[in-house]
Ligand binder design. Sequence first.
Ligand code: IPE
Ligand code: IPE
Ligand code: MG
Length: 259
Amino acid sequence: VSDAASATDAAGESLEARSGGFETPRHVAIIMDGNGRWAAARGLPRVEGHRRGVEALRKTVRAARELGISYLTIFSFSSENWSRPKSEILDLLGLLRRFVRNDLADLHKSNVRVRIIGERADLDRDIRSLLEEAEGLTRDNSGLTLIVAFNYGARQEIARAAQRLAQEVAAGRMAAEAITPDLLTRNLDAPDVPDPDVIVRTSGEQRLSNFLLWQAAYSELVFVPINWPDFDRAALEGAIAEYRRRERRFGGLSGQTGS
Ligand code: IPE
Ligand code: IPE
Ligand code: MG
């Protein structure tokens, strides 16, 4: 079943009803960028931008639920962000800890299912157990799925999937020819999650920075000029409106003109 066809499935229909007959993306992914620039523009330390960024995240999660989005993926810390100054890394890890401690109960009450993608093996034990707690507590929730990309890099994710498949082949349990795009997808960090319909990046930068490279094959890319701390429901609605103006072809022909 293609993504295009999925707009008519049961979930899609109810989403459309709720959003006034317009197609709501099933999966929105966001590169939350520009916290540092937001702070610099106000003469504040970078950490203040990150703090305000957490508030923008709360607003965005609420808006995503209200708009009937099924999956929201947020890029919160990249594999490459370890190259930042130690003090900023500690600030970001501290904010993650606080976000889980303060917001997990509310997310759970709102029927949000939390999932984590990224490399967990090399994280501190306390962070790892917080992430596990968030996933465990919300495992059976049926509302919005919030996928947190933490210590995430798409190339690393793809390489991990390739390693798992190579081990199967080396052990004689699988033929190399059995490796297909679909099988590789099923070995990624969240194998059952549909590809993002739209990837939004704030702060005006127009690049993916190693985010969801495999899953982004046919995602619409929407770049918004505002910094992440200024993002809110209106900004999300604006990005979705831009997504709706796009024509997704998936390599086929235009539905409008047949050309
Ligand atoms: C996004 O804001 C947050 C993370 C990458 C963790 P930045 O910290 O990248 O802010 P800018 O890009 O320097 O403004
Ligand atoms: C991407 O933003 C990572 C996150 C938003 C977590 P960066 O600010 O790290 O990306 P670059 O370095 O500008 O490409
Ligand atoms: Mg940045």
